[in-house]
Design a protein around this ligand. Structure first.
Ligand code: 5RP
Length: 236
């Protein structure tokens, strides 16, 4: 950890470094995506070099796969792994019930599949990601490119009936073009402000034709490791 790191990065590093200690020899581990998960991959690479730790990992994005390869971490597909002992991933928001918003980095689909195929999911986050109620962070929804505008309209109609504050739906762009996920899909970001019933909203969104998956993680996370800028961590 360097002195030049921002307070948020110091907090992310602290959480990720602590979570790396949960990985044991021989485990099959899901590796998340994002800046916090990147600290985790570094810490795990370090543990391999320092302690001879050996485990196999399923990455949740091409980005994470590349970084893990550079760290010398053995990668397998989810099919090869069969089932995972543990997944460690970041989050954009978490609440007291461990409901999450994920997908700020656009990897929510693989992240949800990998976490759901794991015995245990640990979320690593700087304490600033904790919220009383989810929804200030725009909720990412992964949609099929075919007819995505129609899917957007259906989502907007659905939001009118849901317990949410805002209803603005914006296609995510990258360089003026639609952002394309690792699975070749698009992302719509839902600016909701407040999500009253995350479980219900997650179910309703996934029933809309064209929606592949949404970034609400309900009943998936088992533990949150929250990091502080001074290096402290809280295990919840
Ligand atoms: C990527 C994610 C990330 O875990 C989430 O966006 C948090 O990212 P970061 O650790 O960079 O704050 O869900 O799809």
């Amino acid at each position: 950890m360097s002195e030049q790191m921002s307070p948020a990065d110091r907090a992310k590093y602290a959480a990720a470094h602590r979570a790396a200690a949960f990985v044991e020899d021989g485990m099959r581990v899901g590796l998340g995506t994002g800046s916090t998960a990147a600290w985790l991959v570094r810490s795990l690479g370090q543990r391999q070099r320092d302690e001879g730790l050996r485990f196999r990992a399923v990455p949740t994005s091409q980005r994470t796969a590349e970084q893990a390869r550079e760290e010398g971490i053995a990668l397998v597909t989810l099919e090869e792994a069969g089932w995972l002992d543990l997944t460690i991933d970041g989050a954009d928001e978490f609440d007291a019930e461990f409901n999450l918003i994920k997908g700020g980095g656009g990897a929510l689909l693989r992240e949800k599949i990998v976490a759901a195929a794991s015995e245990r999911m640990i979320v690593i986050a700087d304490i600033g990601k904790e919220v009383g109620r989810l929804g200030a962070f725009p909720l990412p929804v992964e949609v099929i490119p075919f007819g995505w505008q129609a899917t957007q309209r259906l989502i907007e109609e659905t939001l009118e009936a849901a317990d949410v504050l805002g209803r603005e739906v914006r296609p995510r762009l990258a360089g003026g073009q639609p952002f394309v996920t690792d699975e070749g899909n698009y992302i719509l970001d839902l600016h909701l402000g407040r999500i009253g019933q995350p479980r219900r909203l997650a179910m309703v969104l996934n029933q809309i034709p064209g929606v592949v998956e949404n970034g609400l993680f309900v009943d998936i996370c088992d533990m949150v490791i929250a990091g502080y800028a001074d290096g402290r961590v809280e295990l919840r």
